[in-house]
Design a protein around this ligand. Structure first.
Ligand SMILES: *[C@@H]1O[C@H](CO)[C@@H](O)[C@H](O)[C@H]1NC(C)=O
Ligand SMILES: *[C@@H]1O[C@H](CO)[C@@H](O)[C@H](O)[C@H]1NC(C)=O
Length: 359
């Protein structure tokens, strides 16, 4: 009996000590209960693995710096949304829709699919993907699963309105649609200006559908400098410029229409907060980063992905590009930090993600 008491005392003292020593963060709840992710390969963490497509990366050297190896993240390590989930205080990464099980979905789900776009036909030159419309249908099925597990409709509604909904999509509507005239009609049917308008109109309807499904906190991304990737430069040439101007001009037209849409949705949808994030604000990385060549040897996918089992560069932390399109983990961290805490309205407007979480 005496021995037992002693043991109990020891346990109590250790617990007290642990509470004093450990930073509070270890036990803190995340700043929002859930994080839902919609998008393309910049966000995908495994949804394409069982699809017939060239746009999948479940092989080395992808994931060489990720604890679980090649999970199908399009990077050497964590993607931007893994870092944002960490910054928001989540202990685990948000599960891919394709692998989501049980109550883990209460913390959010990642629906993103490599090569996917706002338009349904986008990316089909590479194979099967999950376009944004279908990602939203998958979200609807997740809501049904949450509703069933919670058995309380008002608690489900309350949960859904506290989550952050990340929507980063549109690059493929350019690089795997409009600027691939051998596969798609869009560049013959629409001027770049008409096409940008069409994309943003469709995205507007898709965001309103998510709102109707209970979403209230939206982090929406513009399209980055798609004309500055090693892939774009090698395929299109730069005609004396640093980057492929027609691709960057397409992206700029899209962003120019997206920003006022965000403003308009904030004015028109009660209780909602939309923020616009500019991924190219810091996209070139620190001046010391290598920007003009990828870290890995190219030779997979449609000519933009790493060659299977190839040996990558020895210092990926000094590169902007991991393969010919996608950022390294090092750049993803910089982009995530910017989206999360930037006070520059050019990068995050009207709020950054940290402020959106508190909103
Ligand atoms: C359902 O959830 C609401 C909101 O969280 C809560 O106030 C209510 O007590 C719950 N009802 C039941 C039956 O658990
Ligand atoms: C290349 O650049 C020149 C000079 O700026 C311009 O006149 C020409 O239209 C460009 N060509 C293409 C194919 O973009």
């Amino acid at each position: 009996m005496e021995r037992k008491l002693e043991l109990m005392e020891l346990v109590a003292i250790s617990v007290l000590l642990a509470l004093l020593i450990l930073p509070n963060k270890a036990n803190a709840a995340p700043q929002v209960p859930c994080y839902f992710i919609f998008g393309d390969s910049l966000s995908d963490n495994g949804n394409n693995n069982n699809l017939l497509t060239l746009a999948k990366v479940n092989y080395p050297p992808y994931g060489i710096d990720f604890p679980q190896g090649p999970t199908a993240r399009f990077s050497n390590g964590r993607n931007m949304h893994d870092f944002i989930a960490e910054l928001l205080g989540f202990k685990d990464y948000i599960p891919a829709f394709a692998n989501s099980r049980g109550k883990s979905i209460f913390s959010g789900v990642n629906y993103a699919s490599g090569s996917a776009g706002i338009r349904d036909e986008t990316g089909t030159n590479l194979g099967i993907c999950v376009p944004l419309n279908e990602q939203i249908k998958n979200h609807k099925s997740i809501i049904s699963r949450i509703t069933r597990l919670m058995q309380n409709d008002s608690a489900t509604d309350l949960l859904l309105r506290q989550c952050i909904y990340s929507v980063q999509i549109g690059s493929n509507d350019y690089i795997n649609n409009y600027f691939k005239p051998e596969f798609y009609e869009t560049s013959r049917s629409f001027t770049p200006s008409e096409y940008a308008t069409l994309l943003v109109q469709q995205l507007s309807l898709q965001l309103k559908t998510l709102y109707n499904y209970g979403a209230r906190k939206f982090a929406v991304y513009g399209v980055g400098q798609i004309g500055c990737t090693p892939y774009a430069i090698s395929v299109y040439g730069t005609n004396g410029s640093v980057c492929v101007e027609k691709l960057n001009e397409g992206a700029a037209l899209f962003n120019d229409r997206l920003k006022p849409l965000i403003h308009q949705l904030n004015n028109n949808l009660p209780d909602a907060k939309f923020i616009y994030l500019n991924p190219s604000g810091t996209a070139t990385g620190p001046a010391t980063f290598v920007t003009n060549s990828p870290c890995c040897t190219i030779g997979g996918g449609g000519g933009e992905l790493c060659l299977r089992n190839s040996k990558p560069c020895s210092r990926p932390w000094q590169y902007v590009f991991w393969d010919a399109v996608h950022p390294t983990e090092a750049l993803n961290k910089i982009l995530a930090d910017g989206a999360y805490r930037s006070m520059s309205p050019l990068e995050a407007s009207p709020l950054n993600i940290q402020q959106l979480a508190m909103y």
